[in-house]
Design a protein around this ligand. Structure first.
Ligand code: RM4
Ligand code: MN
Ligand code: MN
Length: 381
């Protein structure tokens, strides 16, 4: 149990700056009072989540949503809160020029613009003390025949090679795949194979990022996780949950068993490899900070259960062909009530046994509603 607690204390989850801002669907953005008006206020909200859970000391940023004049100042502010800036996410999907794509665009000038933005983000990462460039592309086509799959792939490779070459030694590039949306016929990095082969061409500091919402229905994500681990190319996660598409709901809210099975794959491998665990959610109608806290608690619970799997029994059952013995070993761990264990771990970290209630009682939300009023629309709003 000591070892389980120790590993739970060292679990880290990065929260996304955009998860604290207003977001919505293409039908409506419902603004929430008190949402952050700038990246500084997003960091302040994120620090609440860290303060109450004890395991979320870093925040991913999205450029230009979080663009500031002085990144040194942003970093200093993060330091003052006991926080760090994590993955830097370029935005290559919200400008007119990107109608036919960014790094895959048939127009060389537009590819240049996209690559320059990637280079800018490498710089930003250096300034904020981050070592992760996390990339997702909206690139794709809507109609059969619209463009050449292969030429687009080569264009992407050329642009990414330049960005890869500009990264300082210790920086990693994460490539996130997605099979649909906003492109409807094909996306240029549609699945783990497309992302993995691109990473292999780029170099060993390019790794795949798995976003749980970026798969077609029924995909066995834990199998993909195992394959990428075995190839040494699983770089990170965007945790969230979905019922239908890329719903970006609270992680563990729809399919907690899947989340547990993913952690079962990770438990052994993560000791020898660096994996960055990040949340990528949009809280459209639910209170944002509470939603983030609940997500972190669900991740902690899934990890705890995965750590409790009786590995020797599992190995023995597997070796002897005891199908249900192996399966039941997992079910036993999954059925364990880990709430008290997780509460103890949080308290040991100086955080809260009951973070959602503690947040409600803290008066933080009332305070920021007073200070910030209606806030401002974030990237989507
Ligand atoms: C995408 C993907 C990216 C996120 C954008 C906003 O679906 O999940 O990670 O940055 O949405
Ligand atoms: Mn994502
Ligand atoms: Mn997504």
């Amino acid at each position: 149990m000591d070892r389980v607690e120790e590993r739970l204390r060292s679990q880290r989850i990065e929260t996304p700056s955009w998860g604290y801002g207003n977001s919505g669907t293409r039908f409506k953005v419902f603004p929430q009072p008190g949402v952050p008006r700038n990246p500084f206020e997003k960091l302040a909200d994120a620090s609440q989540v860290h303060h109450l859970t004890g395991i979320c000391p870093s925040v991913a940023v999205h450029i230009p949503w979080d663009r500031v004049d002085d990144y040194g100042e942003l970093k200093e502010y993060a330091d003052s809160l006991g926080m760090k800036i994590g993955a830097v996410n370029p935005n290559l999907f919200q400008e007119e020029e990107y109608r036919l794509g960014s790094v895959c665009n048939p127009d060389e000038g537009i590819r240049r613009k996209a690559t320059d933005h990637l280079l800018e983000c490498v710089e930003v990462a250096g300034e904020v003390g981050s070592d992760i460039l996390s990339l997702w592309f909206a690139d794709g086509t809507n109609y059969a025949g619209q463009d050449s799959f292969i030429e687009r792939r080569h264009r992407m490779h050329e642009c990414l090679s330049e960005a890869y070459g500009a990264m300082p030694e210790g920086m990693r590039m994460l490539l996130e795949y997605k099979p649909f949306e906003p492109a409807f016929y094909h996306t240029d990095l549609s699945d783990w194979g497309a992302a993995l082969t691109m990473c292999q061409k780029l170099g060993e500091r390019a790794e795949v990022l798995v976003d749980l919402g970026h798969h077609l229905q029924g995909t066995n994500i834990e199998h993909i996780v195992a394959l990428l681990l075995d190839e040494g190319r699983l770089g990170g996660f965007h945790f969230n949950n979905r019922k239908y598409a890329d719903d970006d709901l609270i992680v563990g809210s729809v399919n907690p068993f899947e989340l547990f099975l993913i952690y079962v794959e990770l438990v052994e491998a993560e000791e020898s490899t660096r994996i960055d665990y990040m949340i990528d959610q949009a809280h459209n109608i639910e209170p944002k900070i509470e939603a983030m806290i609940l997500s972190v608690m669900n991740l902690q619970g899934a990890y705890a259960k995965a750590l409790l799997v009786d590995r020797p029994s599992l190995d023995e059952a597997r070796r002897s062909g005891d199908i249900l013995g192996a399966h039941r070993t997992l079910l036993d761990a999954y059925a364990t009530d880990v709430r008290l264990l997780c509460a103890k771990v949080r308290e040991d970290l100086g955080a809260s046994a009951d973070p959602v209630s503690a947040f409600r009682e803290s008066g933080y939300l009332e305070k920021v509603v007073n200070e910030r009023g209606e806030g401002v629309g974030a990237g989507w709003g």
